[in-house]
Design a protein around this ligand. Structure first.
Ligand code: ADP
Length: 166
């Protein structure tokens, strides 16, 4: 699998699946979650309610339609909320390995990822990048491209450096 990085907005990525940094309720939110629901339209929320009546647990991954997004599927993951005291890094890495497992079940070949937990949930950027890139590198998968989408310049620089060092 190639690990690539682009600067931009995950909602415009032409990939088979985009990963959403959701919350446990799975009924929409701010940040990348809000952007994905806004761009994908109400079909995503409807599918979240239908498939995940009890939401999703931290560290888990689950699938919905991508609605109006260019992608075919959204793979929702819930990263640990450091700002709420959740310091369990294994819950962060399992978001990436779990998303790849869902992508494999779907036969997805290209998957775009945001930096899970690196926003409102407060995970330090350097370690959020390390957890993302190292887990993607170590997880066996049929996915051909894992595309890290950097929303800001700093995220881009740190991702680019970590990926180049592989
Ligand atoms: P969390 O609650 O898991 O921290 P956030 O959505 O607050 O999730 O932030 C996760 C990461 O997603 C941050 O690095 C943030 O800058 C980034 N982000 C926010 N909006 C977008 C977007 N439209 N596309 C890609 N990344 C985004």
């Amino acid at each position: 699998m190639r690990i690539t990085v682009v600067r931009g907005d995950i909602t415009t990525q032409q990939v088979d699946a985009v990963v959403n940094a959701a919350n446990e309720r799975m009924r929409g939110g701010g940040g990348v979650d809000g952007a994905i629901h806004a761009a994908g339209g109400p079909a995503i929320l409807e599918d979240c309610i239908a498939r995940f009546p009890n939401g999703l647990r931290t560290g888990e991954a689950g699938l919905t339609t991508a609605g109006d997004l260019p992608a075919r599927w959204v793979i929702h993951v819930v990263g640990p909320n450091l700002n709420a005291g959740n310091t369990d890094r294994s819950k962060l890495t399992s978001c990436y390995s779990g998303a790849l497992a869902v992508a494999d079940e779907l036969g997805a070949r290209s998957v775009a990822f945001p930096l899970v937990s690196a926003g409102v949930y407060g995970w330090p950027l350097d370690d959020a990048v390390a957890a993302a890139v190292d887990t993607l590198e170590e997880t066996p998968t049929q996915v051909e491209e894992a595309r890290m989408v950097a929303f800001g310049d700093r995220a881009y620089v740190v991702l680019e450096r970590r990926i180049s060092a592989l």
